[in-house]
Write a new protein. Structure first.
Length: 328
């Protein structure tokens, strides 16, 4: 069993507070989804997992088929709408062997954007992590990286890595003033994070298509598969980038991620400092947003970002102590 990490914050809710039910869709949108499926929806079950605005439902059709649909009003939530449109291209271009849900089709009337996927008969990993489920997911990441190296050609412009933000935070007096409250101790280590961030371009170089948002709320476990869902934030980088991101959620569960990192094949031979750069950059991205949002932001999303950012910092601290012990 992994050594316990510092006591984590309470685990955040898995669902944003701005989801809408199937009945809340304009009829033109629900009809568009039914057109994609060539069938009539008889039941819709809203799903937990993730934090995006809009619809996320499992659908039952009159002929017994099942599907999953997500949709958003892109005028009311333009950022989420852009993510949905990007995901149409990414999901549609993933190689057939990648463990992701298959895109069945999409609907876009210029205002509403919807994606329709095959239904995956699975469940989110338990949180805090159970070690047996964690080991399944970590094992699956090796195959995922191998199947996406070299990165497949995709039509949409891929997202920039959702990494980094310490320099932006340092240049924002209001956000910087909030940092000690949002992440106690981070302000004292800001120079370290700023230094690590100067190596971000080097640390994110690679030829693997990475998921870019690989947290447990984007993973489904079936009886025999680990399926990764929600791909709008995909980018091309090192094969181990998704592994590093997922392991920060392990720290949030009160488990030391380092033993898992040390023995994982994707990190074999990787320079430890390159991993430190990614961990710090992950925390910087999350905490810079948490420190700068206003009162209109979804509080559950802000809490999730804050606690995952803190978890990344805890893991980085563990790695620092381990290095210090090995050098003494």
């Amino acid at each position: 069993m992994a050594v316990a990490a510092d006591t984590p914050e309470s685990f955040p809710s898995h669902t944003g507070s701005r989801r809408i039910p199937w009945s809340g869709l304009p009829r033109s949108v629900s009809a568009g989804i039914e057109d994609v499926l060539q069938g009539t929806v008889t039941a819709a079950h809203s799903q937990q997992g993730g934090f995006s605005d809009g619809l996320a439902v499992r659908l039952e059709l009159s002929d017994g088929r099942r599907a999953f649909a997500k949709a958003v009003d892109a005028v009311a939530a333009p950022g989420v709408g852009a993510f949905h449109r990007r995901e149409i291209g990414v999901a549609g271009g993933l190689p057939s062997g990648v463990p992701a849900s298959r895109l069945l089709g999409s609907f876009d009337d210029g205002e509403w954007v919807a994606l329709v996927f095959e239904d995956i008969d699975g469940a989110l990993p338990a949180q805090p992590w159970r070690e047996t489920e964690l080991e399944r997911v970590l094992d699956a990441l090796t195959g995922l990286a191998e199947g996406l190296t070299p990165a497949p050609s995709l039509e949409p412009a891929l997202a920039a890595p959702r990494l980094g933000g310490w320099a932006r935070l340092a240049d924002d007096p209001r956000a910087l003033a909030r940092l000690p409250e949002v992440a106690p101790g981070a302000a004292e280590e800001l120079d370290l994070h700023l230094s690590l961030e100067t190596r971000l371009a080097e640390a994110t170089a690679g030829e693997t298509l990475t998921h870019g948002d690989l947290y447990p709320f984007n993973v489904l476990l079936t009886a025999d598969r680990v399926v990764v869902v929600d791909w709008p934030h995909a980018w091309i980088g090192p094969a181990y980038a998704d592994l590093v991101m997922l392991l920060s959620s392990v720290a949030l569960s009160g488990i030391d991620p380092e033993p898992f990192a040390v023995r994982h094949p994707l990190l074999s031979g990787v320079e430890p400092e390159a991993v430190d750069v990614l961990i710090s950059a992950q925390a910087g991205f999350l905490l810079s947003i948490a420190c700068s949002v206003d009162s209109t932001a979804d509080p559950r999303l802000v809490r999730m970002m804050t606690e995952l950012g803190r978890a990344s910092l805890r893991w980085l601290s563990i790695r620092g102590r381990t290095k210090g012990q090995s050098q003494s």
